[in-house]
Design a binder for this molecule. Structure first.
Ligand code: SAM
Ligand code: F3S
Length: 427
C-alpha cells in the first residue's frame, strides 16, 4: 500500500529548505506526496514564530489538525520549526495529539521513529524534482544577540557545515537539475568561524564556482557588522555569483540600533553600501526593517525613512515589531501603540513602492538575463541576476533555461518582457 506524506511550511527560506530535506527523507523511505493532510500517513507542520502573527497562524493550523489526527490515529503528526525549543514540555501538554516535536532543521527523530516502525527500506529514489533555483543551508543557528529575535533562541548558536559536505550536496543538486544555488544561513557572513581552518563565505563561493552545470550562486542573509571586503570582492570577481545582497538594516536610528543589539551604526551601514556599490555597481540590494521597536520616536522613524531614501533599495521587507517570549527586548517597554506601528509600516510600504517602481522603470526597453524557473498562470517566471522577478510568454519548454528578455512593462514588484534569445538550456 502506498504511504503518503503532507508537509505544510510557513516562514523563511531555511524552513523551505528544511521541508525539502524532510520530503526527500520520506521519499527515500517510499512515501509519496499527498494533496491534503487527511490523506497522509505522515503529516509535518513546519512552523515560524518570528512574529506573533506567524505564531498564531502556526498554532491555528496545528489546532485544525486535531480532528484529522482523531480520524486517523495511526498517522504520525510531527511539528517542526521555530515553534519548538526549550518549551517542548509545554507544547506537549498543550498539544497532546502531536506525536513528535522536532527542533528546527532536526528531522532525525522522525526518521528514527519511522525506521523503528519498519519504514526504513531506503529503496526509493526521491520523486519530487529539485527546483531550478535550489536552497542549500551552509550554517544553522546564529551567534548574534539581536534583542528582538526569537530565531536565535530556537535555532541555537551557529554551527557551520564543512565545505566538503556543502560541495557534495551542491554537486548532487546540480546533477539533479538545479542551475542556481542559494546558500542559506541566519548570518552567512559569519560562515566558517566555528570550523577548523576558518574557511569563509568567499572561500566557499570560490570552491562551488567550479561545479560544471552550475550557472548561478547566491547567498543570504548577510549581517552588516560581519560582511568582509573579501566577500564583496568575490561577488565582483566570480562570474557565477549574482550581484545581489540581502543586508538587513532594521532601523536608520543609532539609538534604536543600539537597543536592538545590532552592532553597527546607520553611518557604518551606509559606508558598507558605498563599498558594495563601488565594487559591484549594478548590485541588487534588499533589506529588512522593523518599525515600532521599543522606544522608537517619530524622529527615529524619520531616520529610517531617510536611510531608505538614501540607499534606494530594490526590496524592503517591512515588519511591525512584536514582542517575542524569552527575548531580551521582552523586558523593554513595548511603548509604540499598535496604530502608530501600523501607520509607520504603511508609510514605509508606500514610500518603498514608489522607489522600487522608479528603479524598475529604468529597466524598460532593456535586455536582462533571466534564469527561467517554472510556468506560473500560463507565463514563464524567472529571476534576473539582481533577483528581480520577470514574467514572459513563450510556447517553448524553457524550465531551467538561461534567456535574455527585453522588458516591456515594469511594476514595483515584478517585470514583464518579451523573449529575445535563449542563451543556454538545461540538457
Ligand atoms: N538572520 C536574519 C537577519 O539577520 O535578519 C533573519 C532573521 S528573521 C528570520 C527575519 C526578519 O524578521 C528580521 O530581519 C527582522 O526584520 C524580522 N523580525 C525578527 N524578529 C522580529 C520581531 N520580534 N518583530 C518584528 N519583526 C521581527
Ligand atoms: Fe536573529 Fe539577529 Fe541572528 S535577527 S538570527 S540574532 S543576526
Amino acid at each position: 500500500m502506498t504511504r503518503r506524506y503532507y508537509i505544510w511550511t510557513i516562514g523563511c527560506q531555511m524552513n523551505t529548505a528544511d521541508s525539502r530535506s524532510v520530503a526527500e527523507g520520506l521519499e527515500r523511505r517510499g512515501f509519496l506526496p499527498a494533496s491534503s493532510p487527511e490523506q497522509a500517513d505522515v503529516i509535518v507542520l513546519n512552523t515560524c514564530v518570528v512574529r506573533e502573527s506567524a505564531e498564531q497562524r502556526a498554532r491555528g493550523r496545528l489546532s485544525s489538525l486535531r480532528p484529522v489526527k482523531r480520524k486517523r490515529p495511526g498517522a504520525v503528526l510531527a511539528v517542526m520549526g521555530c515553534l519548538v525549543g526549550e518549551n517542548e514540555a509545554e507544547l506537549q501538554r498543550e498539544y497532546p495529539f502531536v506525536d513528535l516535536f522536532l527542533r528546527p532543521s532536526h528531522p532525525e527523530p522522525l526518521f528514527a521513529l519511522l525506521d523503528a516502525g519498519g519504514c526504513g527500506e531506503r529503496l526509493s529514489a526521491p520523486v519530487s524534482p529539485v527546483p531550478v533555483s535550489a536552497y542549500l543551508p551552509i550554517s544553522y543557528g546564529c551567534d548574534h544577540h539581536c534583542t528582538y529575535c526569537i530565531v536565535r533562541l530556537r535555532r541555537g548558536p551557529q554551527r557551520s557545515r564543512p565545505v566538503e559536505d556543502i560541495y557534495r550536496d551542491a554537486l548532487e543538486l546540480v546533477e539533479r537539475g538545479a542551475r542556481e544555488i542559494i546558500l542559506l544561513g541566519q548570518n552567512v557572513d559569519a560562515y566558517g568561524r566555528d570550523l577548523p581552518g576558518r574557511p569563509d563565505l568567499a572561500d566557499l563561493l570560490a570552491k562551488l564556482h567550479d561545479i560544471p552545470g552550475l550557472w548561478r550562486l547566491r547567498f543570504l542573509t548577510s549581517h552588516p557588522a560581519d560582511m568582509q571586503e573579501r566577500l564583496i570582492e568575490a561577488v565582483a570577481e566570480l562570474p557565477k555569483v549574482c550581484e545581489h545582497f540581502e543586508l538587513p538594516v532594521q532601523s536608520g536610528s543609532d539609538a534604536v540600533l543600539r537597543r536592538m543589539g545590532r552592532n553597527y551604526t546607520a553611518g557604518q551601514y551606509l559606508e558598507l553600501v558605498g563599498r558594495i556599490r563601488a565594487w559591484v555597481p549594478d548590485a541588487g540590494l534588499a533589506t529588512d526593517v522593523i518599525v515600532g521597536f521599543c522606544g522608537e520616536t517619530d524622529e527615529d522613524f524619520q531616520a529610517t525613512r531617510r536611510l531608505l531614501e538614501m540607499v534606494r533599495f530594490d526590496v524592503v521587507h517591512i515588519a511591525a515589531y512584536s514582542v517575542r517570549p524569552g527575548t531580551p527586548a521582552e523586558r523593554l517597554p513595548d511603548d509604540v501603540p499598535p496604530e502608530v506601528k501600523e501607520a509607520r509600516r504603511q508609510e514605509l510600504e508606500q514610500f518603498q513602492e514608489r522607489i522600487a517602481g522608479e528603479i524598475n522603470a529604468a529597466l524598460l526597453g532593456k535586455s536582462v538575463e533571466v534564469l527561467v524557473e517554472e510556468r506560473q498562470k500560463g507565463r514563464w517566471r524567472g529571476r534576473t541576476r539582481q533577483n528581480k522577478l520577470v514574467f514572459f510568454d513563450s510556447d517553448q519548454e524553457l524550465a531551467g533555461a538561461l534567456v535574455d528578455v527585453r522588458i516591456t512593462w515594469a511594476g514595483p514588484w515584478s517585470l514583464i518582457g518579451e523573449l529575445e534569445r535563449i542563451k543556454a538550456r538545461t540538457p
